[in-house]
Write a protein that binds this ligand. Structure first.
Ligand code: HEM
Length: 323
């Protein structure tokens, strides 16, 4: 009973600090904002097709760690270990320069207006649309964080070894359903992953000394050639058979035992997620609809801590002034 007022107080403070997101947030203050992001993403895609997949991944790695606040983009400082070198990100996240270019273009058009957190959300949407997937209206108005946490990223972000049960548990913590999990995993319809992420599954699944039995034998042969034991683990393979096209091929591949990551294939192995994999493999529209819903829900995650509009996505404003 005596706890009640303080709990209420914390709730109210959290609600007050969370930004109210809405479509067209920059319509008055920076009317060209969304067109500028789309244009810069298109340029990036022409320069290097994979880069848009790499940028799209930022939404997941940013939003799951203390909300969508661009904490992911902060460089390490003497007092703060940032998220760029966290376990799931080091030697893996790439194409940060694309976001910096978008920010530069936006700062030229309307200085100090568009947050880096919103850039990630717009750029992720644009990546999907430019790769042939659905297009949707995003809600904007996020603030950029004043800190980042490598430790939180290490504790939260899932491993490629994860199975469906642990992924369901993780997504549930963020109010994301089993359907959201399967649909959002469909982001692996574009992009690539390193051999590093699948060596265990090819040669020592769950300590068995054997490959994951869920891999279709022909596909396993192909992966063994791409990623031989003792080979260069930075070599990359395609996450599905059409890695530049955002489509439902990823789900067809899972049904055929041709998922790249363990965390992908497990969605077909486990009964709780299998029906959605089957549904999306047969009906691309259902996949697109569920994917958009999942991206919107993930984009709503906020820490409630408040923040600022960074002028440089890599540093907080107080430090940018010191330089
Ligand atoms: C469900 C849990 C997930 C796990 C365990 C996971 C894990 C991974 C791993 C291990 C890689 C390859 C990293 C490397 O080898 O360097 C990867 C790539 C990728 N992930 Fe995920 N991921 C998950 C969900 C998501 C979500 C929700 C999104 C976005 C909405 C996403 C977008 C991507 C993209 C686009 C790539 C390819 C990036 C590139 O080509 O640079 N992933 N993911």
């Amino acid at each position: 009973m005596s706890l009640y007022p303080s709990v209420l107080f914390v709730l109210l403070v959290t609600m007050a600090a969370a930004e109210t997101l809405r479509p067209g947030f920059y319509a008055q203050t920076c009317p060209e904002a969304e067109a500028i992001v789309r244009y810069e993403m298109m340029k990036a895609m022409i320069r290097e097709p994979r880069s848009v997949a790499s940028v799209m991944r930022f939404q997941f790695h940013d939003c799951f760690v203390n909300g969508c606040d661009a904490s992911l983009l902060l460089d390490d400082t003497p007092n703060m270990l940032g998220e760029k070198l966290a376990l799931s990100n080091i030697n893996s996240l790439r194409s940060f320069e694309v976001v910096y270019e978008v920010k530069e273009a936006l700062e030229k058009a309307c200085p100090g207006i568009v947050s880096c957190a919103d850039i990630i959300i717009m750029a992720a949407r644009d990546a999907v649309a430019l790769a042939g997937g659905p297009d949707w209206v995003v809600r904007l108005g996020r603030k950029d964080s004043l800190t980042a946490s490598q430790e939180d990223s290490d504790n939260i972000m899932p491993s490629p070894r994860a199975n469906a049960t642990s992924l369901i548990d993780l997504f549930t913590k963020f109010n994301l359903s089993v359907k959201d999990l399967v649909a959002l995993s469909g982001s692996h319809s574009i992009g690539e992953a390193r051999c590093f992420s699948i060596m265990f599954r090819l040669y020592n699944q769950s300590g068995s000394g054997k490959p994951d039995p869920a891999i279709e034998p022909g596909f396993r042969e192909k992966l063994d050639k791409l990623c031989p034991l003792g080979g260069d683990e930075n070599v990359t393979g395609d996450l599905d058979a059409t890695p530049k096209l955002f489509d439902n091929q990823y789900f067809k591949d899972l049904v055929a035992g041709r998922g790249f990551l363990n965390s992908d294939q497990t969605l077909f192995t486990f009964p709780q997620t299998r029906e959605y994999v089957k549904l999306f493999s047969k009906d691309e529209n259902e996949f697109f609809k569920a994917f958009v819903e999942g991206m919107l829900k993930m984009g709503e995650l906020q820490s409630g801590k408040g923040g600022e509009i960074r002028t440089n996505c890599r540093v907080v404003n107080s430090q940018a002034l010191d330089v």
